[in-house]
Design a binder for this molecule. Structure first.
Ligand code: COI
Length: 355
């Protein structure tokens, strides 16, 4: 191991790399991690010096608040390598902003921009060999923060740990995606934490999603908690609906995550001359459009999922199959987005940022 100290960050390099043990052609999402991780502790009311160190488990007191009250947030980002071996991030400022919005909502301290951005850049430089060239190859970045303070009193913790771990990734879903539209369970409620990327939002979906999985569906599309009539988002992605040639997606709200892929697709679609309507979409509209043949596509959008076509949906025990659409919006928009992310086309929006 070798150690470098700068006044901003300490870097402890791993003695050996695990990279040659990894089969980059057969990656199951989020299961392999790179050689290093970033760690920065919040103690005595301030952020300590960040350190990059070999990826390894760490110890926490059993009474740490994260175990009892779930004070935990995260982000999902990706790094891409272009044909000249330069490494790029996609709209990292948006992830940074959303991370701190989540922190505020969960009564956690905001992470300084320097710790988040400089720490991430240094980590990516160190583990750069893990980012493979070519469309479809990415490095998934998982920044997260947990409450490490001890004691089971139900108050916000005094101490926290911010970390970034990296995982080489291809696609999130390996096969076709069919969804179940929620009739009883909810993902979020007004006044709740639905807009935050809080760990508990995801844990709360596991049980209803496992029921959907057992019935042959990969995901649930959540409906609003009050009436279950409005289509909101799926567990791992925001959702878009194409009826005739118009693209619809729900507005963000206290219940819906402000997805970065979602807002990028809205802008990309508009630039392509596609009419986009951001408004509540009713389950009844979707069922009607499917019955009268005007429903052309449904797709999910997220960092991990990218743009993922949905082949059918079930509602009130009726399954509605989607038609096969030539030159689908999902394919067009995915190509535009991923070509830009891999620097194969010009980024006229200024979204890509070099590491
Ligand atoms: C992402 O797309 O990055 C997410 O955070 C979704 C996650 C459940 C994989």
């Amino acid at each position: 191991m070798s150690t470098t100290h700068t006044n901003k960050i300490d870097i402890i390099k791993a003695a050996t790399s695990k990279i040659n043990e990894v089969d980059f052609d057969n990656l199951s999402f989020g299961s392999v991690f790179t050689d290093h991780m970033l760690e920065c502790d919040f103690k005595n009311g301030e952020w300590q010096k960040p350190v990059i160190k070999p990826y390894a488990p760490f110890l926490l007191d059993p009474s740490a608040r994260v175990f009892h009250y779930g004070q935990a947030i995260f982000e999902g980002m990706k790094a891409y390598k272009d044909e000249s071996d330069d490494v790029w991030l996609f709209r990292p400022d948006e992830n940074y902003k959303r991370f701190n919005n989540s922190a505020v909502r969960m009564a956690m301290p905001e992470v300084p921009e320097d710790v988040f951005m400089n720490g991430l850049n240094e980590l990516l430089k160190l583990d750069e060999a893990w980012i493979k060239k070519g469309k479809g190859n990415t490095l998934y970045i998982r920044p997260f923060m947990i409450a490490t303070g001890e004691g089971v009193i139900a108050n916000p913790s005094d101490d926290y740990k911010f970390m970034v771990i990296l995982s080489p990734a291809k696609s999130y879903y390996s096969g076709e995606v069919k969804v179940l539209i929620a009739e009883h369970f909810s993902r979020a409620a007004n006044g709740g934490i639905g807009a935050a990327k809080a760990a508990g939002n995801y844990a709360a979906q596991f049980y209803p999603t496992s029921l959907a999985n057992a019935a042959g569906f990969q995901q649930v599309i959540w409906t609003d908690d009050a009436t279950h009539t409005k289509l909101e988002e799926a567990g791992t992605m925001n959702v878009f609906f194409r009826i005739n040639d118009t693209l619809f997606t729900a507005p963000t709200s206290e219940r819906i995550l402000d997805g970065i892929t979602r807002k990028s697709l809205i802008d990309l679609a508009k630039k392509e001359g596609i009419t986009v309507e951001v408004r509540p979409v009713l389950v009844s509209e979707l069922v009607e459009a499917s019955k009268n043949g005007t429903l052309k596509e449904i797709f999910g959008a997220g960092t991990a999922a990218v743009v993922n076509p949905i082949i059918g949906f079930s509602y009130q025990d009726v399954y509605y199959e989607l038609p096969k659409t030539e030159n689908s919006y999902a394919t067009q928009l995915k190509d535009k987005l991923t070509n830009m992310q891999h620097k194969l086309t010009e980024d006229t929006f200024g979204w890509t940022v070099k590491v």
